[in-house]
Design a protein around this ligand. Structure first.
Ligand code: GDP
Ligand code: GDP
Length: 438
């Protein structure tokens, strides 16, 4: 299911990071941890009353000079308008209403996006409530008093956020065409790939299925089958600051990956794999999406009989957390191996939805246990009772054991490898849930 996106916008020092951490810290649904990927917390999964959404902090750098604050805020607000389903606009009761708040509020109102106005630092409701009323002047609805640092009013704020999810969560489910996100750092060749695939009949499906997001999607028919390609290159802005470009590209990636079934992670052959590539690939991995690594501009480099081997080894090393992802060497410009790319997309789509019967799974597990004894600790040995597949997209398995503590990551990985030896599951991560049965 595609998750709604909620973005936080506001001036420096109003409490954006504090609110972000309060929401992400306590209510985070899945603790995401991708080894080897350093992550600044730009986004987090939040769960509230059976709703799951992705929270984005659009605020980056805090400039010293006053006149760039407004232009930065506009930039942030624009990112939120482009990518989010609901926007939390946060202000500060102690500083009161300031001019840039008014200007950004105008911009948000014109976007017709749902906006929730949060007035932060209301640490004491009796004392500060009279000052909250002033914020009605922004003309974007009832101000919601909160204290991000004392966690007051947060529940009410979230209630108002999730009210706007009605219908959103199901919208794209009805469209059965596979959705493919092409992600990668700027200039890696994302637009070139989509252009090459469409030839001259590029059909741009804007705002498909009535989504509120400004997604620019492209419909591509290949071998009589329709695919929707999600563009992350689309919106280009002149940016001066490197960190800002990176943040923006991460946000675009998160929102695209969220909506996709399969993610094509593009790497530039002329540059080799970089840390930013690893960050971007990590987003697809953590979301449980199907992944294909496409090394683009393969036409542009000098090659000998070892080049593919060397590239593969380096990528496997940097992306060690996703050994399941297939690596392809393509050229968006010449069209080299693009038919193969579609074959792979189809394979990955199938594998994301593959189900394995409980009987077979238990046979594999029993055999695996017989081959390699489970770990033990202080005289207690791990026992694996039963395994069953409980979900697809990504394929998710529950293993019942005697003691969760004894089920080390490495033994889970061992069982995973055994399942993959039999069924492949190429291109998709697998999830394992360990449950105790006494
Ligand atoms: P950002 O620049 O918008 O991300 O703001 P921060 O989250 O970094 O917060 C700026 C300052 O405001 C920090 O010193 C916070 O401790 C403080 N702050 C944040 N939320 C509250 C709050 O609810 N009450 C009070 N009194 N201070 C807060
Ligand atoms: P995006 O920012 O990821 O969308 O990248 P673009 O599609 O705009 O491509 C950036 C640059 O790389 C352009 O100058 C393209 O012509 C070039 N480029 C893209 N794909 C290829 C390729 O397969 N081979 C070569 N040699 N150049 C490419």
């Amino acid at each position: 299911m595609s998750k709604p996106i909620v973005a936080i916008v506001g001036r420096p020092n109003v409490g954006k990071s504090t609110l972000f951490n309060a929401l992400a810290g306590e209510m985070i649904s899945i603790v995401k941890d991708t080894p080897g990927v350093t992550r600044d917390r730009i986004y987090a999964d939040v769960e509230w009353l059976n709703h799951n959404f992705t929270l984005i902090d659009t605020g980056g750098i805090e400039p010293d000079s006053r006149d760039i604050i407004l232009s930065q805020m506009r930039e942030q607000a624009q990112i939120a308008i482009d990518t989010a389903d609901v926007i939390i606009f946060i202000t500060d009761v102690r500083q009161g209403l300031v001019d840039s708040d008014t200007k950004v509020a105008d911009m948000l109102r014109r976007s017709h996006k749902p906006v929730i106005l949060a007035v932060n630092k209301v640490d004491n409701f009796d004392k500060f409530m009279p000052d909250v009323y002033e914020f009605y002047n922004l003309g974007i609805g009832d101000p919601q008093p909160i204290s991000a640092s004392s966690r007051l009013g947060i529940g009410d704020l979230l209630d108002r956020v999730v009210e706007h999810f009605d219908g959103l969560e199901l919208e794209e489910e009805e469209d059965e065409r596979p959705r493919i996100a092409v992600v990668g750092k700027p200039n890696v060749g994302k637009s070139s790939l989509v252009n090459k695939l469409t030839g001259n009949n590029r059909v741009i499906v804007s705002n498909i299925a009535g989504t509120t997001r400004d997604a620019i999607d492209t419909e591509i028919t290949w071998n009589g089958k329709e695919y929707v390609f999600i563009d992350t290159a689309g919106l280009r802005r002149k940016k001066k600051i490197k960190e800002e470009i990176e943040r923006y590209s991460i946000i675009r990636t998160v929102t695209a990956v969220e909506r996709a079934n399969v993610v094509v992670v593009m790497i530039d052959a002329t540059e080799g794999i970089t840390e930013q590539d690893a960050k971007i690939a990590g987003i697809a991995h953590e979301n449980g999406k199907g992944v294909i690594i496409a090394v683009n501009k393969w036409d542009a480099i000098e090659k000998n009989d070892k080049t593919i081997y060397q590239f593969t080894a380096k990528i496997r090393d940097v992306l060690a957390y996703m050994p399941y992802a297939e690596i392809m060497f393509i050229s968006a410009q010449t069209g080299q191996r693009l038919p193969k790319l579609f074959d792979m997309i189809d394979t990955v789509l199938e594998n994301q939805s593959m189900r394995v019967g409980t009987g077979v799974l238990n046979e594999i597990m029993t055999e695996a246990v017989a081959l390699q004894q489970p770990p033990s600790d202080k005289g207690k040995r791990l026992k694996l009772y039963y395994i069953t597949q409980v979900a697809v997209k990504p394929p998710t398995f529950v293993i019942f054991v005697n003691d969760k503590e004894l089920m080390h990551f490495s033994y889970t990985r061992y069982i995973e490898n055994k399942i993959r030896e039999s069924f492949g599951f190429k291109g998709t991560p697998l999830r394992f849930i360990i449950r105790e049965r006494k």
